[in-house]
Design a protein around this ligand. Sequence first.
Ligand SMILES: Nc1nc2c(ncn2[C@@H]2O[C@H](COP(=O)(O)OP(=O)(O)OP(=O)(O)O)[C@@H](O)[C@H]2O)c(=O)[nH]1
Ligand SMILES: [Zn+2]
Length: 181
Amino acid sequence: MSLEQHYTAILEQLGEDVGREGLLDTPKRAAKAMQYLCKGYDQTLEEVTNGALFSSDNSEMVLVKNIELYSLCEHHMLPFIGKAHVAYLPAGKVLGLSKVARIVEMYARRLQIQENLTREIADAVQQVTGAAGVAVVIEAQHMCMMMRGVEKQNSSMVTSVMLGQFRDNPATRSEFLGLVR
Ligand SMILES: Nc1nc2c(ncn2[C@@H]2O[C@H](COP(=O)(O)OP(=O)(O)OP(=O)(O)O)[C@@H](O)[C@H]2O)c(=O)[nH]1
Ligand SMILES: [Zn+2]
């Protein structure tokens, strides 16, 4: 069965009249939307970074802040929405600026839990850049906690992963945390 046919079945199970005008194209649209929200499965790190790695003597912290993020929690397939802050300490190579956001996007566009998303982004930036350290902080609000379940509207979840110098050197870590706060 195609994704579209599954959505027809879901609508029927929910008690909808799939023949009514407003729903005629809904299974097709919903399938397309869900494929878009999960498009990260078709991407690879090589593809999204596209070799945009440049030699640089700069070893100072590079920070890309406030990268907006839309993902789906793997437990309920409901959105979680927030921001990612990604920093690294170059060790001879810097990554094209947009590629940091593309890496975030590739992992966010999959079914996720926030902790694993944070870790996957950090590991990917580390792998691509060979950096002396990588730090990722994600702050997000989970619709599964807001629209349903415990229904807490103002809570957000903050996760972080620190690698290399960000883990080992408290001064580097506090510089980063000061910059994203
Ligand atoms: N750690 C973590 N938990 C998440 C994330 N997204 C959703 N969850 C949680 O996954 C858990 C699943 O718990 P279950 O008890 O199996 O599911 P549930 O009955 O729908 O839980 P409630 O949300 O409490 O109603 C819930 O506590 C969610 O809040 C995430 O990114 N990270
Ligand atoms: Zn959830």
